[in-house]
Structures are given as C-alpha cells and as structure tokens.
Write a protein that binds this ligand. Structure first.
Ligand code: PMV
Length: 347
C-alpha cells in the first residue's frame, strides 16, 4: 500500500484554568470524569508542539523544552502517539518537539496545553482529519483537562451519563470575546514544589479516601449551572463568590485525602487571605481566587479593579511575578514555515 506523504505539523494550544474543577474519574479507560467542569482558556501562554512521523526513525523521539524526555513524561507522549498510530493504521515512529513559554509542572497546567497541542499536531501529521471534538477526545487521553484547551473562551467539559462515553465531550460555551473586562491575574509564587503525585493518581486517591468527596459531587451540578449563568450575564458579583466557593471545596477534598494533598505554599495561602480582605474592605466582590493542583494562584477581577488588586497582591512576600491574562483562543495549527526557495510543484 502506498504510504501517505510525510508532513511536519506544528500546533499551538493554551492552558486553561478551571472555575469548576475536574477531580475524579468514573471510567479511567475512557477518561470519563465523575463531574462536569468549566474552564477559561487563557491567552498569551502556550505550548507549541511540532510532530513528524518518519520511516527513518527506530523509536519515538520526544524533546520537551529542549531536553530529551524520559520516564513518565515520555511515556505519556508515546501513549498518545500510539492512539494516533492506531487511528491512522500506521507503524511509523515520530519525532516530537514541544516548548512552553511558562514553567512546567507548576500548577499552570502545562499538561493541558501540552497534550492539546500534541493531539492536534500528531493527528494532523499522521494524515488524520479529525473534528475538534475528536481531537479533544484524543487530548483527554493524555490529560483530562487537556480536552478543554482545544476550545477557546469559556469551555464546558460535560461528564455525560452514558457508559460508552458518547455524551462526554468539551465545547465552547462563550467565545473568547464574550467578557472583555474579565481578567485572570496569575500570581507566580516562589518555591512552588514540583508535583510529587500525578493529578490522575491524586484525584483517584481523593475519590477513595476523602469523606467529603460524595457531598462535593452532589453539589456540583447546581454550582456549575450558577457559574454558567453568572458568566452568561457577565455578573462578577455573582460569579466571584461562586468561584471561591468551588476552589475551597476542591482544596478541602484534597486536604481530607489520605495521605493529604497539600498543593499550596504559605504565599499561596496569604493570597487567599488577601483576596478575602480586599472583598471585605470594598464591601463587594472585587476579586476571586482559584488554583489547580499547584501553588501558583489565579485571581479573577475586572479591568477597572486590576491595578488596585495587583498592587495589593504583588507586594506579598514570596510573590515572584504577576501576569494579567484574558480568555483566549482554542488550539490551532500554525502555517508551515516558508522555505527560502519554494519547492517545485508536480504538474
Ligand atoms: O488534567 P489533569 O489530569 O492534569 O487534572 C487537572 C485537574 C485540575 O487542574 C486540578 C482541575 C481542572 O479541572 O483542570
């Protein structure tokens, strides 16, 4: 059988920050979560991944941020490539190069943008023409939250109820331009530890051992619906307290997991306290904190309040730097780089 032409494809995807957290898997093989989640895909930060399948390679080559990957990170990439090879009925190995413009394994969800970019680049490089929903499902097999980074703006990942996962998928609820005044102030903290336990293992430990997990699950559909409505109405006074309530619930099931999961540093905790003080002093919700399984913090606020909120938080000891981000676009293929001399076309 004739081999399809080789292509080198570069695909870019951004991290997302969850306002309703995914934490717990109902079906590990299909990657179906216990609960639906909702996130914002961010602008400015990105993973950029280039994939090339070739007959000349004798194994997969994975280079992450300029260094040859080994162990767990390499295995995760190879497992996704295996899925792509199965779909494309191909046995070619691949060369993968991926770069992030932000720190990995730090709570800034490099796994989400990384696996989203890998799913996009590898499926296209293998000659597959998948829908965004199918690329998102592929990304999900690498890291659950990655399925949301294929889409831009405010994204919902529906858990669904069917056993075969056919009603489990992510989609944009509101595009990146829906709420221009909403800002995510990212606070990078000093001394953020590198994750010891993979999120997938950590969340299943929570499912098994946290006495609060069942109650959290029961309350989530209502909270997600209220958050969705507050975003639809661009109502920060309604949204901000709900975002913090959800973050507190997530942190609480982590902390009551045995052995406990503690992702925060003293600086992260000081940020939680300072946001509460800011809201108390203003007499209205001017900001909302949230964090994923890491020590860096995300503080949502409105453009009009950004300068004041940033001044107060940036001066806390241990805050290394701040970044003001907005909802951004979903994953996309980058145009191939032009060669200096155009290749001749066959007539
Ligand atoms: O996608 P994973 O396996 O890295 O899990 C991510 C889980 C959280 O970031 C804590 C929550 C979320 O919904 O993104």
């Amino acid at each position: 059988m004739a081999r399809p032409p080789r292509a080198t494809v570069t695909y870019e995807a951004a991290p997302n920050i969850a306002l309703v957290k995914y934490w717990g898997v109902r079906d590990p093989d299909l990657g179906i979560p216990y609960n639906s989640s909702l996130s914002v895909t961010l602008d400015r930060l990105r993973s950029r991944t280039t994939v090339r399948f070739s007959d000349d390679l004798t194994s997969d080559r994975v280079v992450l941020n300029g260094a040859e990957a080994t162990g767990g990170p390499r295995a995760g990439v190879v497992a996704l490539l295996d899925r792509v090879r199965a779909l494309a009925r191909s046995d070619r190995y691949a060369e993968v190069r991926s770069d992030n413009n932000f720190p990995m394994a730090s709570g800034l969800a490099s796994s989400a943008s990384g696996f989203a970019a890998l799913a996009g680049a590898s499926s296209l490089a293998a000659g597959l023409t998948l829908s965004d929903r199918e690329v998102s499902e592929l990304a999900r097999s690498g890291s659950g939250s990655a399925c949301r980074s294929i889409f831009g703006g405010f994204v919902e990942w529906r858990a669904g109820v069917r056993a075969d996962g056919s009603d489990c998928f992510a989609r944009t609820l509101f595009g990146p331009g829906h709420w221009p005044a909403l800002v995510d102030l990212v606070l990078l903290v000093e001394g953020a530890p590198v994750k010891e336990v993979r999120s997938m293992d950590a969340m299943q430990l929570t499912v098994r051992t946290s006495p609060e997990y069942a109650a959290r699950l029961r309350g989530l559909p209502r909270r997600l619906e209220r958050i969705r409505r507050a975003i639809a109405a661009r109502d920060s006074a309604a949204l901000f307290p709900l975002v913090m309530e959800e973050c507190d619930s997530f942190r609480s099931v982590c902390e009551t997991t045995r052995p406990t999961l503690d992702y925060l540093t003293p600086t992260s905790r000081a940020i939680l306290g300072e946001v509460r003080s800011l809201n108390r002093e203003a007499g209205r919700p001017v900001a909302a904190y949230t964090h994923d399984a890491g020590a860096h913090m995300h503080v949502f606020t409105l453009a009009q309040d950004l300068a004041g909120v940033r001044r107060r938080l940036a001066r806390l000891p241990g805050v290394r730097s701040t970044l003001a981000l907005h909802p951004g676009p979903g994953g996309r293929r980058l145009a191939p780089r032009r060669r200096s001399r155009p290749a001749r076309r066959a007539r």
